[in-house]
Design a binder for this molecule. Sequence first.
Ligand SMILES: Nc1nc2c(ncn2[C@@H]2O[C@H](COP(=O)(O)OP(=O)(O)OP(=O)(O)O)[C@@H](O)[C@H]2O)c(=O)[nH]1
Length: 292
Amino acid sequence: MTYRAGFACFVGRPNAGKSTLTNAIIGQKIAITSSKPQTTRHVIRAVLHRPDGQIVLVDTPGLHRPKTLLGERLNDLVRETWSEVDVIGLCVPADEPVGKGDKFITGELSQLKATVLAVVTKTDLVDKRTLAEQLLAVSRLADFAEIVPVSAVSGDQVGLLTDVMAKYLPESPQLYPDDMLTDEPEQVLIGELVREAALEGVRDELPHSIAVLVEEMFVENGVTKIFADIYVERSSQKAIVIGAQASRLKDVGTRARAAIEGLLGTKVYLNLHVRVAKEWQRDPRQLRKLGF
Ligand SMILES: Nc1nc2c(ncn2[C@@H]2O[C@H](COP(=O)(O)OP(=O)(O)OP(=O)(O)O)[C@@H](O)[C@H]2O)c(=O)[nH]1
């Protein structure tokens, strides 16, 4: 048996199902999914251990037209990741027509050394005939090594997809130890869980304006104590996040705490503070502080 190991990532337009697919493959919630576009900010590596190899999954934000410094940084990050991986899965949702966005990304991928697979996602949302038509439309986009239809929600073909990805990795010794699932620091994951909770149910313009920074974290009498700041750009946004009599912030805290307890497996005390960092998306100092 040849042992293979290498890096893989999923790309595709916003909402294509990349994060959900990553989570389905790893079988544990590590990235953030949301029905709102462009919520994946951090590069998250997750390691899938197999008898015949190791797939290191890298989660990238989407490539988009940069409007702010944050947008430019994100695009640089995406391109850098693409140039470093062995296998790229271009995700195209089964339930939306192939469009300009897919063509744009496919064009960007053609220069890379990586093997490019097409992944038709969300197959549970369409009937067989629509899926067949979509597979045909996707095959016309480019000369993909393989085209794999999957549903991350039903789990259909997820195993097959990882088999196909593993096949295209280079022969290599194991890259990470057996027990490693992700090298993303816990604090970043926790920050993402708080951010996800803070985003729930707020107006559409808020997603890009919220960032979370875990300021302090320590264990005391078996309880993990976490002090985190939620950053918004304007005081009007602060009011939205906090809610009347802080009711909304309380809910955010309750939901985030439950999610963090699930991640850490300990009791959690969570202290949240909402702060205004004016125009943090455009300010290099703020961006660095918030991990971009
Ligand atoms: N029915 C169904 N819905 C899915 C599936 N995969 C993802 N979704 C939904 O599609 C939406 C977008 O999924 P994400 O995984 O966040 O998409 P993404 O490509 O990572 O999005 P960005 O982070 O914005 O780039 C979410 O509401 C998911 O629940 C699937 O296999 N079936």
